[in-house]
Write a protein that binds this ligand. Structure first.
Ligand SMILES: Cc1ncc(COP(=O)(O)O)c(C=O)c1O
Length: 435
């Protein structure tokens, strides 16, 4: 019999194999100082394009004040226990009411984390006869939720409505054959890698032909899209057709936790049957009070969303004008597509960070096919015109080097923190930089 650890010791995985040279730099980098468009990385200031701090709420003085006061009043323990047993509060319920109202739904339930929350929601909603039809590029939390699902699932090609219809036909036929079950369609409001919106309006239109319910993960649309910031459903004019609306607080709200909104009786069912909440401690009070404050600001300060879009458009049009391929984004998420291997991509990222003071994240194989590189730039309301200009110039310069083959090295640059090899590599700021 093999020791179960043996295979883990032999094969660290597609990204883990680079750990010795990458840790602390290409993977697990430590951004320091207050969360802003500029932060400190290994002791120097960089322009940061990697945070989903869309509205710039993370370090807003009013948010910092509310978070601090709520923590001073309640500490992190309160309330203790799961919501169902002893961990409920009027603040938790108020946040649920306000989220439901904002999303034009009858009710909402808080989830401790988006990832496990949506997994567990899929588990609560779907029984073994039910069939899930879902977009091929769905986030890992949806895919993992489907791993819990004992029934059938059919995947449709990303945003391909003809294929979606085909899978709905298969699902309908299966349910008729079984004589039991229903269909749940799952897609996203905004696909976080490519930035394209899910074709929800078209999916909702398919309700005229097929019987199903629609669950949408709008992690990147919440707060960024729609006239009031209610998300991709509002932007596409199909919010009513979304039966279950999900978002995390980890992006526009710059916090932690998530929620699911929908019809009262269904949310009530979920409240009493969702295992990840029933068997887990509820969100701590400072998080809930902090989220109430964030929601209030998100609703009453449209100027934050306007600034975000001003920056996103400036960045996206600047990239396009310089000949960059930014794909099909119709959100603020800004991918930049290039060709190259993992080593080239890493060398280019290093050049950007070291010589241009621009901190951007890359996505490489195995997340995307071999030979492709995606820079994922996330604009926010706190970026400036100057940040965008500097970044555009840096991209122009480094792309030229990439095309000239200057980043073709034999192996990944060794940028790992020294403590990987025994030493210590720490750059904690002596004093946090505040604006
Ligand atoms: C589309 C999408 N869904 C769900 C999640 C998970 O949310 P959380 O970070 O709250 O677990 C993320 C990432 O944060 C996401 O991008």
């Amino acid at each position: 019999m093999a020791d179960i650890f043996e295979k883990l010791q032999k094969n660290a995985g597609p990204l883990g194999q680079h750990r010795k040279r990458a840790h602390g730099y290409f993977a697990f980098p430590k951004l320091e100082g207050p969360i802003d468009s500029h932060m400190m990385f290994r002791g120097k200031e960089v322009i940061v394009w990697s945070l989903n701090n869309y509205l710039g709420l993370a370090n807003h003085p009013e948010i910092r004040k509310t978070d601090t006061e709520a923590t001073a009043e309640f500490g992190l323990a309160y309330p203790m226990g799961a919501r169902m047993m002893s961990g409920n509060s009027v603040h938790h319920e108020q946040l649920e009411r306000e989220l439901a109202e904002f999303e034009h739904k009858e009710d909402a339930i808080l989830l401790n984390y988006g990832y496990q929350g949506i997994m567990s929601a899929i588990d609560a909603v779907c029984g073994r006869h039910d069939v899930v039809v879902y977009d091929a590029e769905s986030h890992a939390c949806i895919i993992d939720g489907l791993r819990l699902h004992p029934g059938h699932r059919y995947v449709f090609k990303h945003n391909d409505m003809a294929d979606c219809e085909k899978q709905l036909e298969r699902a309908t036929a299966l349910i008729e054959k079984q004589g039991a079950g229903g269909i749940l369609v799952i897609t996203e409001g905004v696909f976080g890698m490519a930035g394209d919106q899910g074709l929800m309006k078209e999916i909702v239109d398919l309700k005229k032909k097929f019987e199903f319910r629609l669950l949408v993960d709008d992690a990147h649309g919440f707060g960024t899209l729609g006239a009031t910031g209610a998300g991709a459903g509002e932007a596409q004019g199909c919010q009513d057709g979304i039966d279950l609306y999900f978002s995390t607080f980890a992006k526009s709200m710059a916090s932690i936790g998530a929620f699911l909104a929908g019809p009262k009786d269904i949310i009530d069912f979920i409240r009493y049957n969702i295992r990840s909440q029933i068997f887990a401690k509820s969100l701590p009070m400072p998080i809930v009070i902090g989220n109430l404050k964030r929601l209030h600001m998100l609703r009453t300060m449209p100027e934050l969303r306007e600034k975000l879009w001003y920056n996103a458009k400036k960045l996206q049009s600047g990239l396009k004008a310089r000949g960059f391929d930014i794909g099909k984004t119709d959100s603020v998420v800004t991918p930049v597509y290039m060709k190259g291997g993992v080593i080239e991509a890493s060398a280019m990222v290093m050049d950007l960070r070291e010589n241009y003071n621009v901190f951007a994240s890359i996505v490489v194989y195995p997340v995307i096919p071999k030979g492709h590189i995606i820079y994922r730039l996330i604009p926010s309301a706190v970026h400036s015109d100057e940040d965008i200009e500097i970044t555009l110039r840096a991209f122009e310069a480094t792309k030229k080097k990439l095309d000239a083959g200057e980043y073709q090295l034999d192996e990944l640059p060794d940028m790992a923190d020294d403590d990987i090899n025994g030493g210590r590599f720490g750059y904690m700021l002596e004093k946090p930089r505040n604006k």
